[in-house]
Design a protein around this ligand. Structure first.
Ligand code: DHK
Length: 149
């Protein structure tokens, strides 16, 4: 059975490519998903790629992942810096968790420098745009194939 990965995207991720300042590049969210789906297929992963603007929906999906997914990649976007409920849900998940950000959050405003998600994450990718999402999927495939001792 192929491993299943939930790739969860938080508020406003659906606007990537449409932003005026170009922080998140010019690729649309749909094209980023297509790129991730293609890469997941190459890695032999089943990818469930989702986006919500609502904290509770993200918490429900993380809880659902406990039953249906082997790993989580999550860009909780603006909720990364505030959401204890998302952190608590992630802490209840047993598999690898990769925190992903399109931008380099440490180069930006100081309120983006502390992520609650990081407390639960196995690893973090940031600042590499959609390439970082591909790297997150590669990391998950490797971690699932050979969990660190
Ligand atoms: C995405 C967002 O929407 C912001 O709120 C975060 C993150 C950064 C990103 O880089 O993908 O601060």
């Amino acid at each position: 059975m192929p491993h299943t990965v939930y790739f969860l995207n938080g508020p406003n991720a659906n606007l990537y490519g449409l932003g005026k300042d170009g922080t998140y590049g010019s690729a649309s969210f749909t094209s980023i998903e297509a790129r991730c789906q293609g890469h997941a297929a190459e890695l032999g992963l089943t990818l469930d790629f989702r986006q919500s603007n609502h904290e509770g929906v993200l918490v429900d999906w993380i809880q659902e992942a406990r039953l249906n997914a082997d790993a989580i990649v999550i860009n909780a976007a603006g909720l990364s810096y505030s959401s204890v409920p998302i952190l608590d849900a992630l802490l209840a998940f047993d598999g690898p968790i990769i925190e992903a950000h399109m931008s380099n959050i440490w180069k930006r405003e100081s309120f983006r420098h502390h992520s609650y998600v990081s407390k639960a994450a196995t690893g973090v990718v940031a600042g590499l745009g959609a390439l970082g999402y591909q790297l997150a999927l590669t990391a998950v495939a490797e971690l699932l194939a050979e969990p660190p001792q």
